[in-house]
Design a protein around this ligand. Structure first.
Ligand SMILES: Nc1ncnc2c1ncn2[C@@H]1O[C@H](COP(=O)(O)OP(=O)(O)OP(=O)(O)O)[C@@H](O)[C@H]1O
Ligand SMILES: [Mg+2]
Length: 353
């Protein structure tokens, strides 16, 4: 649906060129909810604005629905843009117009009859849960309601794609949740492809299928929510994940008190992730049966990512060094994602060793 190929965006400023986006390639499938996460200035907005050519790339091509937008004359581009809706952090509503007037605005030049327009506006307001606010003005609405109006307006021309630039960043957590639910609804009921820019991993975790992590104009990591959360590579990605689900914080708390958990300096401690219906139980008992080791559970957590339970277990293993090594080789051979902590640093910091 969306194919960004080798996109570079350079701004000329009085202080010299700024490379906002550097050679980024991203493919987004029809019906996906795709996330772009990164800190301020990473290049998220600049990248996403190339999808509807609000930002022309300095280099690279923007393919939407098999058409290269960078080679399209402006007339054609206008038609394409109608099929790409966009919403923003600060809603960008017209304050002098009613809710219905705001939603009607993109239909100004449409071929619909007056009655058809009215029906369309009513059904859009129905869809976003604001049927009773048609005649209210934006100033009379809450932030969440304003964003609902913006969503209705963005959907007026039946777009295939909805771009959301920090659409929930000005909202409290509960309202954020309800807007994300609405985006999920329209994604499913209308088959809409949704691209979400955010700096909050909790937003990504809540609704995206895939995510690109941006830093300094580059996409440094990209993948399914499941892969990224269960096996992040880049330091920045790990930091973002930690902010959304502080598992590592819990693990560190445990490891900082080895004496309370009977962890010995010669034990080995692993963090293991499980996906789907599988859990740690069979593994732990299998280790005891097959190898002369004792595995103790130090910490456990379950999260739901894209309707799949993902479990994390922290286990310590006691036994002869050779036996423990065999057990660890076995775990790694099972294709289970396992990370080993270096216990030395915890014991140096005042543990029982
Ligand atoms: N029109 C412009 N002219 C010059 N520099 C720009 C322009 N737009 C963006 N930039 C610069 O490009 C870089 C990326 O900006 P961009 O707005 O894409 O970041 P962002 O990831 O969306 O950040 P934020 O989270 O703050 O919205 C920044 O260094 C910014 O200052
Ligand atoms: Mg931005």
């Amino acid at each position: 649906m969306i194919d960004l190929k080798d996109i570079t965006v350079t701004f000329d400023t009085p202080n010299g060129p700024v490379n906002a986006v550097k050679d980024v390639s991203v493919s987004i499938g029809a019906g996906e909810i795709y996330g772009v996460i990164g800190y301020s200035g990473a290049g998220k907005s600049t990248l996403v604005r190339t999808i509807n050519m609000l930002q022309e790339p300095t280099q690279g091509s923007v393919i939407v629905n098999d058409k290269d937008l960078t080679e399209m004359p402006i007339q054609g581009l206008r038609q394409v843009r109608k099929k790409i809706g966009m919403i923003f952090q600060h809603f960008n509503l017209m304050n002098a117009r009613t809710v219905a007037g705001n939603v009607a605005y993109p239909l100004k030049h449409s071929d619909l009859s007056r009655q058809e327009k009215e029906d369309k506006i009513n059904s859009l307001l129905e869809l976003v849960g604001l049927a009773d606010k048609a005649n209210a003005y934006p100033s009379q609405l809450s932030g969440g309601q304003k964003q609902r109006v913006a969503i209705a307006r963005a959907l007026a021309n039946d777009p295939d794609i909805l771009l959301c630039d920090e659409a929930t960043s000005a909202l409290d957590p509960k309202t954020t949740q309800s807007i994300l639910e609405l985006l999920k609804d329209v994604n499913q009921s209308l088959g809409l492809t949704v691209v979400i820019i955010t700096h909050e991993m909790s937003v990504i975790k809540e609704i995206c299928n895939r995510v690109a992590v941006m830093e300094d104009g580059h996409v440094i990591e990209e993948g399914t929510i499941f892969d990224i959360f269960s096996n992040p590579q880049a330091e920045l990605t790990k930091n973002f994940i930690e902010s959304a689900s502080p598992i590592e914080k819990g693990i560190q708390k445990v490891l900082n008190h080895p004496e309370l958990l009977n962890i010995g300096p010669n034990d080995r401690v692993l963090r293991i992730s499980f996906a789907g219906a599988s859990t740690g139980d069979p593994l732990i008992s299998m280790l005891a049966e097959r190898f002369a080791v004792r595995a103790n559970i130090l910490f456990g957590n379950v999260e739901i990512l894209q309707n799949t339970p993902v479990g994390t277990l922290l286990i310590s293993m006691e036994g002869e060094a050779g036996d423990v090594q065999k057990a660890i080789d076995f775990i790694n051979g099972q294709g289970i994602s396992a990370y080993e902590y270096d216990l030395e640093e915890y014991f140096q910091e005042g543990g029982k060793a």
